[in-house]
Design a protein around this ligand. Structure first.
Ligand code: NAD
Length: 456
């Protein structure tokens, strides 16, 4: 089944079906229509999977618009200021020696997109948009954990897109592993780093390049020189949206002991504003994806007294927005990515201590710094590393298509969003086109080197 889907996609790719720019634009438009037409069904699936009020797909629509407008501009020949010229090329050089040098982005072939469950639509469709725009065939494997979204995607995609070029394969570990035994031209994986290693290993057997969009513990440093009201509001939103199940949610807070209690109070007050006195009954507050993750989070919390929240209800997979203060660096809560609504606060003595703390650990996917002090911001940016960083807010670097999104080290490899997705799914072929004239110029490189060359 998996094998056949890959074979059919390869045949369709080799027949050249995915290459014409007009076809790519038409497919992207159709995909956009799917998202607009089926908004209601998508929202219901998200609600069933993760109790989410759907907003994220609007980002995907915007993202698709960007791609097809760009390709349309190319097709219509109004490419002024556009990224690609009329042949899909980036012109590099051209000179009087009848020589033309340019970079031609080419499709890679058949790519595999493996999505995660926490944003099941965005994490499959955003890479798919780039794969289509770049002229590839793509096999899409949504996460089995967000099962309603996965089966809806499988039902919808063939109604809007070429069925052979863009098949959806559903299933869990065994289906994904069967897919990974096939030969692809690129594998784009989103998920945890343990599976990321398996994906890289499987891809290495075919020398297939990979993009790994992984996770990790993203720190959030709050300087004492800051408007704490604003900082706490922004952090609270980013931590508890989607019930903390966001790869770039702030994982933990670092701050000096002198401001810790005010940070706690700021978050408590914001939670009240966002979700009311009982977050469990708020339509804006989510649930944990499944029982396994619920149990994992409850185990992480064992032995701590929550400063804010701490309540849970296993029957609904509900965990209240929870803050734990004075968490020791060696605590269990600080050993693995939390990926849920638990927010530990670790105190540091000053910015040096905070920088040291961050650099002692794996390179994070995101880093957040809240400060009004330019020197503090400058030092944090200069003396740490992370996949991306937002200063004085959280998550927002993800939303800019101009910025590449991805991890570094353990938090991932490769990048996407906007033009970066197109690049990730393209081979940048170096092209040099010469004329057969002006042969004299070439004589110098022909043997014999030490004899006078005969003129031809
Ligand atoms: P998941 O369980 O949905 O797994 C992701 C995909 O891997 C699924 O399609 C699944 O079928 C497949 N898979 C699972 N086990 C496998 C195995 N043994 N062999 C082959 N394939 C397998 O998602 P998850 O891993 O729980 O996702 C959460 C993680 O993903 C977090 O670490 C989070 O930070 C990260 N994440 C990263 C991004 C990003 O953009 N960087 C986005 C979302 C999530």
């Amino acid at each position: 089944m998996e094998k056949q889907a890959v074979q059919r996609a390869r045949e369709a790719f080799l027949a050249g079906r995915s290459r014409p720019l007009e076809f790519r634009v038409q497919q992207l438009k159709s995909l956009q229509r799917m998202i607009t037409d089926r908004q209601g069904e998508i929202a219901t699936a998200l609600k069933q999977d993760i109790n989410r009020v759907s907003v994220k797909h609007t980002v995907v629509v915007h993202y698709m618009e960007l791609f097809y407008l760009e390709l349309k501009r190319v097709l219509l020949g109004t490419q002024k200021g556009s990224t690609w010229n009329s042949k899909g090329m980036n012109k590099v050089d051209c000179n009087v020696l009848y020589l033309k040098a340019y970079i031609q982005p080419e499709p890679l072939g058949v790519v595999l997109i493996i999505g995660a469950w926490n944003y099941p639509w965005a994490l499959t469709l955003q890479p798919l948009v780039g794969a289509i725009a770049a002229g590839n065939a793509a096999v899409v494997k949504p996460s089995e954990l967000s099962e309603y979204s996965a089966s809806l995607l499988k039902a919808l995609l063939p109604r809007y897109l070429d069925q052979e070029l863009y098949p959806v394969v559903c299933g869990g570990v065994s289906e994904t592993q069967e897919l990974l035994r096939q030969r692809f031209d690129h594998v784009f994986y989103t998920g945890n780093s343990t599976v990321g290693k398996l994906v890289m290993e499987a891809a290495a057997r075919h020398l297939t390049p990979v993009t790994l969009e992984l996770g990790g513990k993203s720190p959030c440093y709050i300087d004492k020189d800051v408007d704490l009201r604003v900082a706490c509001r922004r952090i609270t939103w980013g931590k508890f949206v989607n019930c903390g199940q966001t790869c770039i949610a702030p994982d933990y807070i670092l701050c000096e002991p002198s401001i810790q209690n005010r940070v706690v109070e700021g978050i408590r007050q914001t939670l009240l504003e966002f979700y009311g006195p009982d977050p469990k009954s708020s339509p804006d507050y989510g649930r944990i994806i499944n029982q396994r993750h619920f149990n994992r989070l409850m185990t992480l919390l064992e032995g701590y007294t929550a400063t804010v929240g701490g309540q849970s209800d296993s029957s609904q997979r509900y965990i209240a927005p929870t803050v734990v203060k004075d968490v020791p660096p060696q605590a269990r809560l600080m050993q693995e990515e939390i990926f849920g609504p638990l927010l530990p606060i670790v105190t540091v003595s000053d910015i040096d201590d905070a920088i040291h703390f961050i650099n002692e650990r794996e390179k994070p996917l995101a880093l957040y710094v809240f400060s009004s002090n330019k020197k503090v911001i400058k030092r944090m940016l200069a003396e740490t590393t992370s996949g991306g960083v937002t200063v004085n807010d959280v998550i927002m670097h993800y939303t800019l298509n101009s910025l590449p999104f991805g991890g570094v080290g353990q938090s991932g490899t490769g990048r996407y969003h906007g033009k970066h997705t197109f690049d990730q799914f393209s081979h940048h072929r170096a092209c040099l086109v010469k004329s057969l004239g002006m042969e004299d110029v070439n004589m110098v490189r022909y043997p014999p080197q030490n004899r006078q060359k005969a003129r031809r």
